[in-house]
Design a protein around this ligand. Sequence first.
Ligand code: ADP
Ligand code: ZN
Ligand code: ZN
Length: 742
Amino acid sequence: MAKLQNRNKLIFRVAVALPVYRLFDYLAPEHVEQPNIKPGIRLEVPFGKAKKIAFLVECVQHSDIDIGKLKRVERILDETPLVSTKDLALLHWASRYYHHPLGEVFSAAFPVALRQGKSAVIQTEKRYALTEAGKAIDSELLKRTPKQKSVLEKFRAHQNSLSEAELSAWNPNWRSAVKQLLDRQLLQLAESESGINCAEPIIRNNALQCNPQQQAAITAVCDSLGQFGVFLLEGVTGSGKTEVYMQIIRAVLERGQQVLVLLPEITLTPQLEDRFRQRFTVNIAISHSKLTDRQRACAWLTMQRGECSILLGTRSALFTPLKNPGLIILDEEHDASFKQQEGFRFSARDVAVVRGKLLGIPVLLGSATPALESLHNADNKRYRLLHLPERAGNATAPVLQLLDIRNKRMQEGLSEALIAEMRRTLAKNEQVLLFLNRRGFAPTLICHGCGWVARCRRCDANLVIHYDEGILRCHHCGQEQRLVKQCPSCKTGELTPLGLGTERVEKVLAELFADKTIVRLDRDSTQRKGSLENYLQQINQGTVDIILGTQMLAKGHHFPNVTLVAILDVDSGLFSIDFHAPEKLAQMIVQVSGRAGRAEKPGRVIMQTRQPEHPLLTTLINQGYNSFARTALAERKAASLPPFGYQALLRVQALDAEMPKIFLHAVVDLAREHAKGHTEILGPVAAPMARRAGLYRYQLLFQSSKRPELHALLDELMPKIEKLKQAKKVRWSLDVDPVDLY
Ligand code: ADP
Ligand code: ZN
Ligand code: ZN
């Protein structure tokens, strides 16, 4: 076939955010010369009948497509790329490693506003600061206007100015109170932040005196600043990891460099942000999914330009460009939320390590319960292990205890022994925390007469009872229906709730502890913006006696007055078919336990179980997380499971019940042509939840003891899968290093 070539024509090869592997060629705009154009810039291109934002991958001289048929780039959006060459290399690596289309990988690295083609200018927001009068006034004088009082106290806690975005993240209803405080001249408009801090020292003088283990960790990382290295800080809950982070961050800031801090949960950002603001005078940017597109673009751009020194963010903040990168920290590195579970399924931890290597900076991973993979990497000397074996200050480790509830009388999940223990704790004016990882009233509604069960019509799942709202809801697809009063099947039987949810426990607590204040923290009770922050504030002010919640409670929170923690139903985690389940359960138990006794008063942890001899529980209690992890790693090794083997999971779903299977059989045929000796192809099998949101789901697992072999196979396979004729009739996605098999 004759290829038309035109020596004078410059062609832009671009990536478009679409789930296809190929790149697209366009004619460069008129009057554009190659030397001025760098890969990574955003472009606007005609695409089908629409226009799309694209990213320049390379400039080339010829195309496989007839040059007469190429369309022309419409607009160049950036004069220079917004991401550095090293970060571009990172995106290319991620696209290759996760076998994910480059355009979508690029897209994930940019905030939504920039992805949509908005110009890269920072839309400045107003900032407010206390006036002298505002600094001096006794906040008790504002007690009749509690909103104003709490705003004033927020400013005091920050000792700094606050932007509109920061105020909104804290409490969306801040405007009227701020206006009143402006009128009363207790607040004023502040200068934009970028100018103020240059002259000030980096920190306020409130660093703690570190213990020797903390000091050793700080020294190890500080000695490695300016070069790549991965450190795994394994520190028991309350061991002062955050203090270690802050002292290392200080050293990085003193070198004039920036720090990226990634956290698993949005709910943890305000608390860490407060601690950072109390310590550092530098500008701090925040990025997580509850912020507006504009706010996130602003955080991204201020880091890119070097106007902020610290970025606190969740997984998606990982790709934020840094003008002067110095350090990446991942707190609670074991947490599953660091793995993106849809679209571009990357592990923020693994990509952070590669980014650190490309940028030549240290990466610090912290956890009380490191992922088995990370411990394995420490064993192999790929990561350097730093240890904080004891709680910092005067706090002591909590005492864990199993409570055998076999044949015991229970009141909605609470045994009498536990209730008595709660009463003793409350009598001392200490707080109790109850953990139950299931929201709603009860997970099942069953007919006592005929056995009918309320099922989701679109999923292989039961509907969960939400009494407060009077509905039945599917926790997998969100479908809701009115709570039925009569059995739809036999019309006469009594409908009975089966099992426990937080709503149900809350009701019995209100009866048993009528004179106590109880808060329930789960996704339902904290849906309103700002409500979680309010609850957390109440807990820390000591106006709450009993805290009941889901995994939202497990992570990172520091509740100094909680001395009793109870895990109501530890058994439900013991019987999962996923090999990751024991690891997750052990991490959850240790993390929840870590909320007990974090200050002067010692803490206790009670786990209600019908499996008091279960080896996972007894190892954890008698020997601790690390012993558990050693046993679990040995089991994984024996079974050649990760981290001793490598996996990729191909998930497929379709409206048609047969199509996913047919598609996967075609994939298996293709894969057999390319698979080498160490790679197994397991399946196709129905997914553990075989139907979800109306779609039938199947999966195929690739497993190999040799990572390069697995990836070589995927390299061959993925572009071919895309072209299979069945591929158009299903939705499929590849998950490299899956963290769950659902
Ligand atoms: P982690 O992040 O490991 O759970 P934190 O950093 O939150 O632990 O520390 C727990 C508590 O111990 C905090 O109240 C912190 O101020 C305190 N703390 C940390 N280091 C020290 C220290 N060296 N001396 C006294 N208290 C400390
Ligand atoms: Zn459903
Ligand atoms: Zn019935």
